[in-house]
Design a protein around this ligand. Structure first.
Ligand SMILES: Nc1ncnc2c1ncn2[C@@H]1O[C@H](COP(=O)(O)OP(=O)(O)O)[C@@H](O)[C@H]1O
Ligand SMILES: [Mg+2]
Length: 327
């Protein structure tokens, strides 16, 4: 494996997509059980796999259990061409399967299992390949692994500090877990701890930046774009918006038919990071993030992202000149 350009650290799990049974007659005597599907998942692993598919040398750092899901995750990463030198298998932990129950209208209800000793919460600092972190061009992670006061949180903050001190660009995707309409104060503190080492902050506009300040989500996102930090808010079918150096840049979404939106935000990060690594400007990087997401949104599951040639073709075949919604 070549030295990785990008190190992605965080959560890897499996997604188990379970469609509801369907009644085939009024009397409900005939029932069809659609076949569940198992796929690679995890907010960080989704970004890592999408990067590798785009041809970026990518290493994943994280933990799985010594179980069936863990073996699936490892195989999924290896098959995508991700360097798994930093993937630890720990037999005292459980790899999480995220059941996505899909009802007849396509709505999803998520439920992670097992609940105890979940491997994504653990990153043992002694196994983190810090030399790869320091020599990478970019380090990326997700708020999913910062949510709990565990070793994953501590290690990710340490990795970001080390990366910044070595001059490596860092990006964090918020992936906030909001329970009962409020951010957990302990999690908010972890975010404050890591923020000085975050060069690029990404998140979901209305769903996440809304909880990170006193204003509306656009004001909150803008307020975080200080100290040279770039802030990117994704906004579903409206595309994405960046705040940097006191200005904002809009990039409208591409028009596509929606297959599903599983992992749309995670794979956006891959399109954005690759574009920046190849020297493209912020505006163009937003367009390429939107394009990787749209390509995926047209298809099902988090793993249906383009390779470099497919992305190129998508970009030449679609234009996104529509007037953006935000000023
Ligand atoms: N319906 C859609 N049509 C086209 N692009 C979409 C659509 N939904 C999402 N996207 C693309 O996916 C990106 C991420 O989607 P979003 O739903 O905002 O994810 P997340 O909530 O994880 O941030 C958007 O910025 C956009 O580029
Ligand atoms: Mg997300």
């Amino acid at each position: 494996m070549p030295e990785p350009q990008v190190v992605v650290v965080g959560d890897a799990n499996v997604d188990i997509i379970v469609p509801y049974p369907r009644f085939l007659n009024e009397e409900r005597t005939r029932v069809e059980y659609p076949t569940p599907e198992i796929q690679g998942g995890g907010t960080s692993a989704n970004t890592a796999v999408a990067l590798a598919r785009l041809g970026v040398d990518t290493m994943f750092v994280g933990t799985v259990g010594d179980d069936q899901y863990g073996a699936f995750v490892r195989r999924d990463l290896v098959e995508a061409g991700v360097d798994v030198t930093g993937l630890v298998t720990d037999s005292s932990l459980n790899t999480v399967g995220v059941f996505a129950f899909v009802d007849e209208r396509g709505e999803r209800y998520l439920w992670g299992w097992p609940r105890a000793d979940q491997s994504f919460k653990v990153i043992d600092p002694q196994y983190v390949p810090m030399h790869a972190v320091r020599s990478a061009a970019w380090v990326h992670s997700s708020g999913m692994s910062l949510t709990y006061p565990t070793s994953a949180r501590e290690s990710i903050i340490a990795i970001f500090r080390e990366a910044r001190e070595a001059g490596v660009t860092t990006s964090l995707d918020l992936n906030l877990r909001v329970d009962d309409g409020a951010l957990d104060p302990d999690f908010a503190e972890a975010l404050r701890d890591i923020m000085p080492y975050v060069a690029v902050l990404l998140g979901s506009g209305p769903d996440e930046f809304a909880y990170l300040g006193e204003g509306d989500w656009l004001e909150n996102a803008r307020a975080l774009a200080v100290d040279g930090r770039v802030v990117i808010a994704r906004d579903g079918a409206n595309g994405s918006i960046a705040f940097a150096d006191g200005r904002s840049i809009n990039a409208p979404a591409f028009h596509v038919e929606v297959g599903d939106t599983i992992g749309a935000g995670d794979v956006y990060n891959a399109g954005f990071i690759r574009a920046r690594l190849e020297g493209r400007g912020l505006e163009r990087a937003l367009v390429e993030g939107n394009a990787v997401s749209a390509y995926k949104v047209e298809r099902k599951g988090a793993r249906s992202t383009p390779d470099a040639a497919e992305l190129e073709l998508f970009l030449t075949q679609h234009d996104n000149k529509e007037v953006p919604i935000h000023e």
